[in-house]
Every structure is written in C-alpha cells, then in structure tokens.
Design a protein. Structure first.
Length: 201
C-alpha cells in the first residue's frame, strides 16, 4: 500500500507577529483511500468546495457546524493514521533555522551573521523586552528575506545589510561581542556577498 505524508503549518501570520508567538507544524501519514474516505465523511466537496482546506473558508461555509466536524475528523485521524505535531516558539524556530539552513560558512559577513544568531541565543529571554534586540531581530529577518512572500521586500541587498549593521550598532552595548565583527565588515568580501545573496534570494 502506498503511503503519503501531508505536512502543513498553522499560525504563520508573520515570523515576528507578537499576536502569534508560536507556530505549529503537523504531519499525517496515510494512504489515498483513507484520506478520501475521511474527507468525504467530514468535509465533502459539496459543502466545503474543492482544493486545499482553509479554516477561514470552512467557517464561512459550515458556520456553526465547523467545530463539530473538525473534532470528529481529528478523532478519526488520530485512531487511523500516524500523526505528528510540533509547536515552536517563533523566535527559537527562526534562530535555529538561520544557524542551520540560511547562512553558509565562510567570510567576514557570514561570520558576523552567525555570531549574531549566537547572540540571539544568548539573550533569548530579553528579545521581547529590549527594544534594541527586537529591532535587531527584525532587521535580521529582513536581511535574510524570511517572512511574508505576499509582501516582498523590494529594497536591495546592500540596503538590507546596511540596516542590519545599524541595528547591530544600537544593540552592541547589550551584545559587546558584535563590536569586533561590525569593525571587520570594512573588509568588502564580494565572494561572500554573492554567496549570501544566492542563499537568501
């Protein structure tokens, strides 16, 4: 029997949205026959339409009946499919993603970005309370182009990186380790710039 894995996230209204501090990632492992049967039983196309199921659309179409149907579907899935769910605080998810996926190893600029991610780890509990650290993380997200694809950032790489350096200068009192790396950015490593641009869009 051929099995498929369905994966999706919930609560991603923006990586640094204060109203949504966590993001949930879930996966369901099942076969086509079971998936079709469950959908037809709880969310038939004549009621909810075709395509991907979105909670907002389900609420409009099913009105007061949506919670009952979703709870029934969840109960059946948990008893007949393999289900996995993980909940992350977005700050943690973002920092780990930057350290593992986005930033390549290499030269002055890249080491600066890696060091900044380590500083976020070190001052993790202060990010939401300290304005300079909050601004630094926002500039970091923007420089790495992580966020809402529906509102793309049209500024140049140089502008985004310069804004990040300025935010780092404001946070350097709290993160003194950044001072030496900011000074080192005078070394214009073009190979690093091209590598960073190719890895962050």
């Amino acid at each position: 029997m051929s099995m498929k894995i369905y994966v999706d996230e919930s609560g991603n209204g923006g990586m640094l949205d204060p109203k949504q501090p966590v993001i949930a990632l879930s996966a369901i492992v099942t076969d086509d026959a079971t998936a079709t049967k469950l959908r037809e039983e709880f969310l038939p196309e004549e009621l909810v339409g075709e395509g991907e199921l979105k909670h907002e659309r389900l609420c409009k179409r099913l009105r007061g009946n949506v919670q009952e149907r979703l709870c029934g579907l969840q109960e059946k899935m948990l008893s007949s499919c393999l289900c996995y769910s993980y909940v992350f605080e977005k700050k943690f998810f973002l920092i780990e993603k930057l350290l593992m996926d986005v930033i390549p190893g290499g030269s002055v600029r890249v080491i600066f970005l890696q060091q900044m991610a380590m500083e976020f780890r070190r001052h993790y509990d202060e990010i939401d309370r300290m304005a300079d650290l909050g601004a630094l993380m926002k500039a970091y997200v923007r420089a790495c182009r992580i966020g809402d694809d529906e509102t793309p950032d049209t500024t140049s790489y140089e502008e985004r990186f310069s804004a990040l350096v300025e935010a780092a200068r404001s946070a350097v009192v709290r993160c003194p380790m950044l001072r030496s790396y900011i000074g080192g950015l005078a070394d214009r490593d073009r190979a690093c710039e091209e590598e960073f641009k190719s890895n962050t869009g």
